[in-house]
Design a protein around this ligand. Structure first.
Ligand code: NAD
Length: 495
């Protein structure tokens, strides 16, 4: 592992980008928080403060809902073509600002600049995809079985939505919700994570400049998410909550949704198994495992959390994987050549250390990494643990860091049983050259998504989401817009 610590981006360039970020709340238009309070946002690579932004209150959140409710009828009545064109302009505008948005993502979240650029393209692509979907919404028209009436269905916007996003993909988690909501004719209140709100604020300004009307998109930043979301969840005017984040918070929101029967979409935590069979293409498996483990520094809900390797191929896989992980460059995301940036905060570093120590104490063998890095910021090295025994915490908990625990298995059925032995069910990965086995194992896996011979499942055109404790509903693809639509049925008398 090479450790890099010289930053490539000049201070003036950072200052210029930060200057473009609106620091208020977007409630129809930009304004300060109710009591004028603000909170700092920090760079996880250095701990330095980046900006102070408005700290929204309950009253601010209710004002944002007022704005979304006021704007709802006109936006729902705006033609699909016009909504589509606004989104298409927003897509072009986001892409034109790739460098600014990417630098902002790296500054507040830490991922390497190249990964941030990839996130901007992925995030903007949701806006393009739903610009295209906006004009493809249809219902059906059939005769009732008794011939006495016609059945007509038409999709309707569900109404004002609360969108709550996590810190790990500051731009893409927002656009994955905003774009289908706006395409469907809904207005929204976005509440980004307090650790990484800057990208959302700049994105909101870019969307306004592209023609999103006042009140259609509102943004509340806050250090007190419960005080912002709970009153909205209790308000009968809110019709939908879409949440991406931890399972614990998602469960609380589902409970809160009961009082007003608010529709929910829940993109929650994961514990993805990555299964490598003896008949896998080893080079492809190593490449896929490194990507599935290290993308976003392992801070992804679909990160490979457990690597399950069949006994016949295990020694060779571990040797190659360990070499690949150890060769990765770690450092600030603004440094050229870095492939793994800092973790989001000290708690994340402590969690990785604790999980590794627990596994080693229980008998796992540390074959790469594991030592804290001698540099400021929240860094943890790519780490590989072999022979991790059942009962180790690292197999049961979401790691959210660059640590890969390896478990060896014998027959295929054992791999499936190990993979499914978790309450989570978001993504899984299968590496095998045998098509029958790939399909058979995919069918048996209790997850919403399966990557076959590849370490990435995310795709704007595909339905992303989980089962069990990983959530409800899907984002992306055509399924993603249905989360923001109600079906209205017209019974038309035929005589
Ligand atoms: P988190 O649950 O702590 O926070 C997510 C969001 O919820 C933030 O905006 C936060 O401010 C807000 N929040 C926190 N407490 C709240 C409350 N009481 N009421 C309302 N909102 C509240 O999660 P995180 O640490 O930001 O993100 C990491 C988690 O997100 C991981 O578990 C990861 O797997 C999950 N995640 C899932 C997906 C997916 O698509 N399934 C994608 C990315 C991240």
């Amino acid at each position: 592992m090479t450790i890099l610590d010289i930053h490539d981006i000049p201070a003036q360039r950072r200052a210029d980008v930060l200057e473009q970020v609106p620091t208020g709340l977007l409630i129809g238009s930009w304004r300060s928080a109710e009591h004028g309070d603000a909170f700092p946002v920090h760079d996880p690579a250095t701990g330095a403060e980046l900006l102070q932004i408005a700290d929204g209150t309950t009253a601010d959140a209710l004002a944002a809902l007022d704005a979304a409710v006021d704007a709802a009828p006109a936006w729902a009545a705006t033609s699909p073509r016009k909504r589509s064109e606004v989104l298409r302009r927003a897509y072009e505008a986001l892409m034109a600002r790739t460098e600014d948005l990417a630098l902002l993502i790296t500054l507040e979240m830490g991922k390497p600049l190249d990964e941030s650029r990839t996130e901007v393209a992925y995030a903007a692509d949701f806006v393009r995809w739903y610009a295209e979907e906006a004009v493809r919404l249809d219902g059906r028209h059939t005769a009732s079985p008794d011939g006495g009436s016609r059945i007509i269905t038409s999709p309707q916007p569900v109404g004002p939505c609360l969108l709550i996003t996590p810190w790990n993909f500051p731009l893409a988690m927002g656009t994955r919700k905003i774009a289908p909501a706006l395409a469907a004719g809904c207005t929204v209140v976005l509440k980004p994570a307090a650790l990484t709100p800057l990208t959302s604020l700049l994105m909101a300004q870019i969307l306004l400049d592209a023609g999103v009307p006042e009140g259609v998109l509102n943004v509340i930043t806050t250090t007190n998410p419960g005080a912002v979301s709970a009153p909205l969840m209790a308000d009968a005017r809110l019709r939908k909550v879409s949440f991406t984040g931890s399972t614990a918070v998602g469960q609380r929101l589902v409970e809160q949704s009961a009082s007003q029967l608010v529709r929910t979409s829940m993109e929650l935590g994961g514990n993805a198994p990555l299964i490598i069979f003896d008949d896998a293409d080893l080079e492809r498996a190593v490449r896929g495992a490194v990507i599935a483990k290290l993308r976003n520094g392992g801070q992804s809900c679909v990160a490979a959390n457990r690597i399950l390797v069949q006994e016949g191929i295990a020694d060779e896989f571990v040797a190659r994987f360990q070499r690949a992980m150890a060769a990765v460059e770690v450092g600030p995301g603004t440094q050229a050549g870095v492939a793994v940036g800092p973790l989001i905060d000290d708690r994340a570093v402590k969690k990785c250390s604790e999980l590794v120590t627990d596994a080693v104490v229980r008998g796992a063998k540390l074959v790469a990494g594991g030592d804290p890095l001698p540099m400021p910021g929240h860094f943890y090295p790519p780490t590989v643990l072999d022979h991790v025994p059942a009962g180790a915490r690292i197999l049961d908990e979401e790691i959210f860091g660059p640590v890969a625990p390896i478990v060896r298995f014998g027959p295929e059925a054992e791999a499936v049983a190990l993979a499914n032995a978790t309450p989570f069910g978001l993504a899984a990965y299968v590496f095998t050259e045998n098509l029958d086995r790939a399909l058979r194992v995919s069918d048996a896996l209790e997850t919403g998504m399966v990557g076959i011979n590849q370490g990435i499942v995310s795709n704007v055109a595909a339905p992303f989401g989980g089962v069990k404790h990983s959530g409800l509903g899907r984002e992306g693809g055509h399924e993603g817009i249905e989360e923001y639509l109600e079906t209205k049925y017209l019974a038309v008398n035929k005589s």
